[in-house]
Design a protein around this ligand. Structure first.
Ligand code: SF4
Ligand code: FES
Length: 236
């Protein structure tokens, strides 16, 4: 079958403004949108730029907006768009470097702001730092995050609050705050306790809808809010 694509094109180094270009691609229903982009690039227009690596929803590099929803191009199938033109755009709120490639430096700085790695004063054990199944359960959903930025690209607050680190950064903060092996729970809770952090979120739920790893992002942010309140009231 023939699929019609309308793709955002912009090279800030040479173009005054973005344009949308049309492409016609032969594709099977079970093929992925990423397969179609590859076909366009390999067979029709070698100047089309986008990121991809694993092709299987693992690396998180091909987040983009497809028919108005942020998603991974390698997880969306042609059959989901039958009968409609497929409009492909870069992730919203991100600076475009070229076509569908966006600058993720600010996004990653937001994630790094909360020091998303284990900090423990306990001497390293001879083998790994173990957790019980119950302790691991507290973080098992958030450790699925692949930093694709689909949540942050979907969040309406990103358009209004320049300070907001975005939902993905809070998912990574959650991961360390509820990790039984980490020592800095209180400091970390204090770090997310701001308008830059959890209080910027007003429950639009778009992050949760967009997450390709089905992480309940909004629920995690609300859990962080409740944890802050519990510590404030002295009832942790
Ligand atoms: Fe992507 Fe989900 Fe992680 Fe957000 S929380 S960066 S949507 S995997
Ligand atoms: Fe790796 Fe899609 S190409 S997640």
């Amino acid at each position: 079958m023939e699929m019609r694509f309308r793709i955002f094109r912009y090279d800030p180094k040479v173009d005054r403004e973005p344009v949308y270009r049309n492409y016609l691609v032969s594709a099977e229903p079970e093929e992925r949108i990423l397969d179609c982009l590859n076909r366009i690039r390999w067979e029709q227009d070698g100047t089309l730029s986008y990121r991809m690596s694993c092709g299987h929803g693992v690396c998180g590099s091909d987040g983009m907006r497809i028919n108005g929803r942020c998603a991974l191009a390698c997880q969306k199938l042609v059959k989901d768009y039958l009968g409609s033109e497929v409009v492909v755009e870069p992730l919203p709120f991100f600076k475009v470097l070229k076509d569908l490639v966006v600058d993720v430096d600010g996004f990653l700085s937001g994630v790094m702001y909360f020091r998303p790695y284990l900090i423990s004063s306990a001497a390293p054990p001879p083998r790994e730092r173990s957790q019980s199944p119950e302790e691991r359960k507290k973080v098992e959903e958030v450790i699925r995050c692949i930093l694709c930025a689909c949540c942050t690209g979907s969040c309406p607050v990103m358009a209004e609050n320049e300070q907001y680190v975005g939902p993905a950064a809070l998912v990574w903060a959650y991961r360390t705050i509820f990790d039984s092996r980490d020592d800095l729970k209180l400091e970390r809770l204090e770090a997310v306790n701001s308008q830059k952090g959890v209080w910027a979120c007003v429950n639009h739920l778009e992050c949760t809808r967009a997450c390709p790893k089905e992480i309940p992002v909004t629920k995690c942010i609300n859990t962080l809010k409740r944890e802050i309140e519990k510590h404030r009231s002295g009832k942790p």
